[in-house]
Design a protein around this ligand. Structure first.
Ligand code: SAH
Length: 500
C-alpha cells in the first residue's frame, strides 16, 4: 500500500498554479522577444507582451524567436531558437569551446560593447539600489523627454585592456579520465563532467603549455585521475601560476592521497619539459569537496614561492596565497585607487580587507603610514613578508575582522586621513561603515567587485555625510560578466567641527 501510494504521488501531474495561466507568456510557447538589456549573468533581458524573459545568448538590440521554458510571477527564462534581428555588436567567439565551458559569458559581444555594458551595470546599480543620481544619465523612472541630469556621480568609461586575451596568471584545471586516458580541462557548464581542453584563450600561454606537458607526463607515468563519484583515484587538480613580469612558474599537483607514485620521475619530467618552472608543490586533499586545495602543501622541488610585480612592488606568491589573477589590470585598478587616495606623502591610511597587502604596499609608496587589516591569518603573514621583501617599514598589518580591528585602532588613537576598502562580494560589514562614519576620514576609496553591494554601501556613506565624487569601472576579467570598480568618496566639508 505504502509503495503504491508513494508512486501515485510521484506520478500525479502537478497542476499549474492559477497565476501561471494569467501570465502574458506560457511555458512551451514560442514568441518573438525584443532584447532590451543584459543581466548581471550575461543573459539577454527580453520583453514579450511587457513580460521579462531572460534569454541566454541574446544581446541588447536584438529580436529573437524564443521558447519559454520556465516562469515565475515576475519573469521567466526562454531558450533562444533563432535571431530575427542581429546586433551590430555581435561577434563570433574566438574560443571553440565557449558555449560548453561557461567560464566566459560575453565572448559573443564585441569588447568595446562589453566595456559599455559593464559601465551600465554600475550606473544601474547606483541608481536602482543606491538611489543615487548619476551625471549624464536619466534619473530612474523617467524615460520620456526629461533631460539627463548634469548633477550626480560621474561614472567614467570602463578602463579596459588593449589586448583582452591571455590575461590570467593562474589556472586551476580539474583532471579526469576518458576511455582510459588522462584528461584535464574544465567542468562542462552546470555539471561536474570534465571536458578535455588544450587551450584557454584567457590564460597566459605558459599555463596552457604547463597543463599540456603535465598531462603527457601523467599519462606516461600511468597516474590515475581522481574520480569524484567513486572518491577514488589520485590526481584531482593541477594548479599553475605564472609571474607575468618574472616569467617564473609554479606547478601544484593536488592529489587525493599523501604519496605520488614515481614522484622523482614527475619532478624530473616537469623540470626537463618546462625550464621556467621554479617551484613544484604537492597539495593533499582527501576530502569529498568542491574546494580545490587541502590543508597540507609540500614543496617537491625548488622554491616555496614564485615572485611577481604589481607596478614597482614585488610579491611572493605561494601555492595557497591569494594574488589578483589579472596583473596587468590590477596595476590599472590600484593606480586608480592610489590616484583617488590623493596622497602627498604623510597621510595615515587604512586598508581594510587587505588580503596579502597588495593595495597597502602600493599605497605605502606614497603615504606616511599604512595600516592593513585582513581576516585570514595566513594572508597577513604573507602581507608582512611582502612588506619586508620590499623594504617597506611604514606598514603595519593585523589579522582580524576589519569591523573589530578598526575600532581598536581608533581606541589606540590612530586617525586615518584616507580609508581604502576592498571587501568581498557581500560588501562592507555595517559595523565597519559605522566606524568609517565615526572616524570621518577626508577620503574613502571603495574598491568593489560587486556593483550591487557597492551601491548599497555608498548610500550608507552618502547618508553619513560623504559625497561620491566619481566611480571608475575597471575590466579585470574581459569576456566574463564580472565588473570591478573604484569609487572616490569625499567628506562633505559643511560641518565646522570635525573629530580631528
Ligand atoms: N585587497 C586585496 C584582497 C581583496 S579580497 C587584494 O586586492 O588583493 C577581500 C578580502 O577580504 C579577502 O582577502 C578576505 O579574506 C577579506 N575579508 C573578508 N571578510 C573580512 C572581514 N570581515 N574583515 C577583514 N577582511 C575580510
Amino acid at each position: 500500500m505504502r509503495t503504491k501510494d508513494r508512486r501515485t504521488k510521484v506520478a500525479a501531474p502537478k497542476a499549474a498554479p492559477a497565476w501561471m495561466a494569467d501570465l502574458p507568456v506560457q511555458i512551451g510557447q514560442q514568441y518573438e522577444a525584443e532584447i532590451i538589456g543584459i543581466s548581471h549573468d550575461g543573459e539577454g533581458v527580453g520583453r514579450v507582451n511587457g513580460f521579462t524573459l531572460f534569454v541566454a545568448g541574446a544581446l541588447p538590440g536584438e529580436r529573437a524567436l524564443v521558447r519559454v521554458e520556465h516562469v515565475k510571477k515576475q519573469y521567466g527564462y526562454a531558450r533562444l531558437l533563432r535571431l530575427v534581428e542581429e546586433s551590430a555588436e555581435r561577434v563570433m567567439p574566438d574560443c571553440g569551446i565557449y558555449e560548453e565551458c561557461g567560464g566566459c559569458q560575453l565572448q559573443h559581444l564585441s569588447y568595446e560593447a562589453q566595456l559599455r555594458v559593464k559601465r551600465q551595470q554600475v550606473v544601474d546599480n547606483l541608481q536602482r539600489i543606491g538611489k543615487l543620481a548619476v551625471a549624464g544619465e536619466l534619473p530612474v523612472g523617467r524615460t520620456e523627454e526629461t533631460t539627463a541630469s548634469d548633477e550626480g556621480i560621474v561614472v567614467h568609461p570602463t578602463l579596459g585592456m588593449a589586448d583582452p586575451w591571455r590575461y590570467r596568471n593562474k589556472a586551476q584545471v580539474p583532471f579526469g579520465e576518458e576511455r582510459g586516458g588522462l584528461i584535464g580541462g574544465f567542468y562542462a557548464q552546470g555539471s561536474h563532467r570534465i571536458i578535455d581542453m588544450e587551450e584557454c584563450l584567457i590564460q597566459h600561454e605558459a599555463n596552457d603549455e604547463v597543463v599540456a606537458r603535465v598531462k603527457e607526463i601523467g599519462a606516461r607515468l600511468g597516474i590515475r585521475a581522481y574520480d569524484e563519484a567513486r572518491n577514488a583515484g589520485l590526481l584531482r587538480h593541477v594548479v599553475v601560476k605564472v609571474g607575468f613580469r618574472t616569467g617564473e612558474i609554479m606547478v601544484v599537483l593536488v592529489t587525493n592521497g599523501s604519496t605520488i607514485p614515481r614522484v622523482d620521475e614527475w619532478v624530473a619530467g616537469i623540470r626537463e619539459a618546462l625550464p621556467a618552472v621554479k617551484s613544484i608543490c604537492h597539495n593533499i586533499n582527501v576530502k569529498q569537496t568542491n574546494v580545490i586545495f587541502g590543508d597540507e602543501t609540500r614543496v617537491l622541488w625548488g622554491s616555496e614561492v614564485i615572485y611577481d610585480y604589481i607596478g614597482d612592488v614585488k610579491f611572493a606568491i605561494s601555492a595557497r596565497s591569494f594574488f589578483q589573477v589579472n596583473p596587468v589590470q590590477t596595476e590599472v585598478l590600484y593606480g586608480k585607487a592610489l590616484e583617488y587616495a590623493g596622497l602627498t606623502g604623510d597621510e595615515v591610511v587604512v586598508d581594510a580587507y587587505c588580503g596579502i597587502g597588495t593595495i597597502s604596499l602600493f599605497l605605502a609608496q606614497r603615504a606616511g603610514q599604512v595600516y592593513g587589516v585582513e581576516i585570514v591569518e595566513e594572508a597577513i603573514a604573507d602581507a608582512r613578508k611582502n612588506a619586508e621583501l620590499n623594504g617597506m617599514t611604514n606598514v603595519h598589518f593585523e589579522a582580524g575582522p576589519a569591523e573589530v580591528v578598526l575600532p581598536e585602532w581608533t581606541r589606540q588613537g590612530i586617525r586615518p586621513d584616507v580609508i581604502v576598502v576592498d571587501p568581498p562580494r557581500k560588501g562592507c560589514d555595517a559595523a565597519l561603515l559605522a566606524t568609517i562614519l565615526e572616524l570621518q576620514p577626508r577620503r574613502v576609496v571603495y574598491v568593489s567587485c560587486s556593483a550591487s553591494t557597492l551601491a548599497r554601501d555608498l548610500r550608507v556613506l552618502v547618508d553619513g555625510g560623504y559625497g561620491v565624487a566619481e566611480v571608475t569601472p575597471v575590466d579585470m576579467f574581459p569576456h566574463t560578466v564580472h565588473v570591478e570598480s573604484v569609487a572616490l568618496l569625499v567628506r562633505n566639508e559643511t560641518d565646522a567641527e570635525k573629530p580631528y
